[in-house]
Design a protein around this ligand. Structure first.
Ligand code: SAH
Length: 213
């Protein structure tokens, strides 16, 4: 077996052993190579199941966490999805395999610009990336079938709850930034919201306003 094939097999094995079992999610993660989303010093560790540093002091999430969050979001092929926290663009690229349309937003202009270059190179034409404070959501594109937040807020931001369709699902980490946070799933019903606590996680904080770069 080639090194690349073996690396891929180990990558998928690690995902399955951490509970990523949804075949559509596994297929999407097999297709999207994590390598190009990580530059510089850490590029060679792209296939390990660990979070890694990216530009602007941010981190690309651990692949198994990306898989578990994507699985919890239960994306259907007709869905319009909002991701808050573009970062490297990796999570958005996975979502783009599963949804009709993905909007992704980050407060750092540089991260958005770099992610756009990758989306173009990978011909992921159903992703639109914006530089904005994603805690306000994207009122012009709302409502969304699914919302995924990849930075931790103390509570689910009100505008994101408001921009979720009835029957829609939002997955997000909540809690204080420097402690263990909980990944939660919010489901919107006709009359309100249901909250499920999924697992402990650790994310960078959701920060208000735009970044300096
Ligand atoms: N999903 C990313 C990893 C996200 S790291 C990936 O696949 O690589 C969290 C990201 O959230 C960071 O890039 C950070 O800049 C962004 N972020 C933090 N607060 C934000 C806010 N209010 N609006 C938009 N993005 C935010």
């Amino acid at each position: 077996m080639s090194d690349e094939a073996e690396r891929k097999m180990q990558f998928l094995y690690a995902l399955r052993s951490k509970g990523v079992t949804d075949s559509r999610v596994l297929t999407a993660m097999e297709k999207i190579d994590r390598g190009p989303f990580i530059r510089g010093l850490f590029a060679e560790r792209a296939y390990e199941d660990m979070p890694l540093p990216i530009a602007c002091g941010q981190t690309i999430s651990q692949p198994s966490v990306v898989g578990l969050m994507t699985q919890a979001l239960q994306v259907s092929p007709r869905d319009t999805v909002l991701e808050v926290g573009t970062g490297s663009g990796y999570q958005a690229a996975i979502l783009a395999q599963l949804a009709r349309r993905v909007y992704t937003v980050d407060r750092h202009r540089r991260l958005v610009q770099e992610a756009r270059v990758l989306f173009d190179a990978l011909q992921l034409s159903n992703i639109t990336a914006f530089t904005a404070d994603g805690s306000h959501g994207l009122p012009d594109q709302a409502p969304f079938d699914r919302i995924l937040v990849t930075a931790a807020a103390e509570d689910p931001p009100g505008p994101l709850l408001a921009q979720l369709k009835i029957g829609g699902i939002m997955v997000l980490p909540v809690g204080q930034s420097d402690t263990v946070q909980s990944l939660i799933r919010v489901t919107r019903h006709e009359t309100g919201f249901d909250y499920d606590e999924l697992r402990p996680v650790r994310f960078v904080p959701l920060v208000e306003g735009l970044g300096r770069d």
